[in-house]
Design a protein around this ligand. Structure first.
Ligand code: 5AD
Ligand code: SF4
Length: 451
């Protein structure tokens, strides 16, 4: 068998796409390997969201060129493929900067990998066509052994692309306009995953709560309706979805957090900033107070829900007063966790044209202050778990022998000592203490559960 090494950068959709590319290549006689050394095919599945992510790709490609030369000296041909959002955004420019690259394939073209690889044997190839057809219809179903090797949690892309056009974001250009997979196709994929032992699915999309896939009745179904069906798939114990836009959080979706026990009490709902002036400049289409009210409604439906967000500091024109509004929002909501980034101008986006850029040292200082508050709230959320009994789905071996690790309903990593359990068990755990990144607990005794 030939060997392929796939390295994914960036978001969860790239993880999913990387797996689907492995499934396609399995049909071409490729076995997936964990390291690039010795591989016949090396595939970088890239991210374009911030400039740093792009620079990482070129650094990595420099190393791969050296490896390709070394392997050639030993008589082995190595082919290098760049896939993902850098491929889409930069196309042939990638091969100009790094001639060792054989093939550039965008996120909407990778179902054509077999024919593109054949073509790339003769010449350098670039395929960054945006969809004329539904690539998902062409992807081979993963084999049960491949599913099992990936564990009991899986990502399933249900929606791709974005029509929101936030002023800072490249996604609408790299992933294209919104597309939702038909309900039947999504369900068939999830049933297959569940048959091979998957219990925990995360439905993914760049703007997943704008999902509007064609239902069996020929009408467009929203995400809530889709989740009601996913919850009926035997074996699926936990459902999450990401990433959502506040404007697409409809009543049905909020109600699903109340009505469906499989839908986990966790919501990643990026707000980006707390100042209405900046939110408007970002083209986010909502105010900070609208976001606050939305969170109130979500909490009414599911009082214990854990919330998470993304933040950008230093968007062009952000003043100290604007930034203070972001800090105020963080205090008001009390997020269980969040990601925060310095603004990075992206070529082709409207914000990149704005001239009033924030100085790098100001951005650094704001990011530092924001992260300090985010961390404070994360720790507080984790500490509040101590003494509570929660359900943990065991997903992997823990850090030390005798430990198993899994996730809480709130997406926290939990480690427990247990000899009586195995991966795939749903167990009740009493949380005893918190570490910097995990919770630690013990199996609950009957009296803990009664309490
Ligand atoms: N600069 C910094 N952060 C960005 N994000 C998206 N575009 C940019 C950018 N140009 C962040 C947003 C988004 C997350 C995935 O990445 O916070 O929600
Ligand atoms: Fe980008 Fe998300 Fe805004 Fe869409 S909603 S443009 S993916 S930040």
């Amino acid at each position: 068998m030939k060997k392929v090494h796939i390295k994914s950068f960036g978001c969860q959709m790239n993880v999913y796409d990387g797996q689907r590319m492995a499934d396609i290549l399995a049909g071409q006689g490729y076995e997936e390997v964990a390291a690039p050394e010795g591989a016949d095919l090396i595939l970088l599945n890239t991210c374009h969201i911030r400039d740093r992510a792009v620079q990482k790709v070129y650094t990595e490609l420099g190393k791969l060129r050296d490896l390709k030369n070394e392997q050639k000296a030993n008589g082995q041909e190595t082919r290098i493929v760049v896939a993902g959002c850098v491929a889409q955004a930069e196309g042939a420019e990638i091969q100009r900067r790094q001639p060792a690259v054989d093939l550039v394939v965008g996120p909407q073209a990778y179902h054509r990998l077999p024919s593109l690889l054949a073509e790339a044997q003769r010449t350098r190839v670039v395929d960054t066509d945006l969809p004329a057809d539904d690539k998902f219809g062409y992807l081979p179903a993963p084999k049960p052994a491949a599913i099992r090797s990936r564990g009991i949690s899986a990502f399933v892309t249900v929606q791709e692309g974005c029509d929101k056009f936030c002023a800072f974001c490249v996604v609408p250009y790299t992933r294209g306009t919104e597309f939702s997979r038909p309900v039947a196709q999504v369900l068939a994929e999830i049933e297959r995953l569940a048959d091979a032992g998957v219990q925990d699915v995360t439905l993914i999309g760049q703007n997943v709560n704008a999902y509007h896939g064609e239902g069996p009745d020929g009408r467009a179904w929203g995400l809530a309706r889709l989740m009601h069906r996913v919850a009926e798939v035997p074996g699926i114990a936990r459902i999450r979805y990401t990433t959502s836009h506040p404007r697409d959080m409809d009543d049905d979706l909020i109600a699903a957090h109340r009505d469906l026990p499989q839908v986990m009490p966790f919501l990643h709902l990026p707000v980006q900033a707390g100042s209405d002036r900046i939110l408007s400049a970002m083209n986010r289409k909502h105010t900070a107070d609208e976001y606050r009210r939305l969170i109130e409604r979500v909490r009414t439906a599911r009082p214990d829900i854990a919330l998470s967000s993304d933040f950008i500091v230093g968007f062009p024109g952000e003043s100290e007063a604007d930034f203070a509004e972001t800090l105020r929002l963080v205090e008001d909501i009390g997020f269980a966790s969040s990601y925060s980034f310095k603004y990075s101008p992206r070529p082709g986006t409207p914000a990149a044209e704005l001239t009033v850029q924030v100085a790098p040292e100001v951005m650094n200082e704001r990011l530092h202050r924001l992260q300090e508050r985010i961390e404070h709230h994360r720790q507080a959320f984790n500490h509040a778990m101590v003494g509570r009994t929660i359900e943990v789905l065991l997903e992997r071996t823990g850090r030390h022998p005798g430990q198993l690790a899994g996730k809480s309903p709130y997406l926290q990593a939990v480690q427990i000592e247990t000899k009586a359990n195995q991966i795939g068990d749903m167990v009740k755990v009493v949380i005893e203490r918190t570490g910097s990144n995990s919770l630690f607990g013990r199996l609950a005794a009957p009296e803990d559960i009664a309490a």
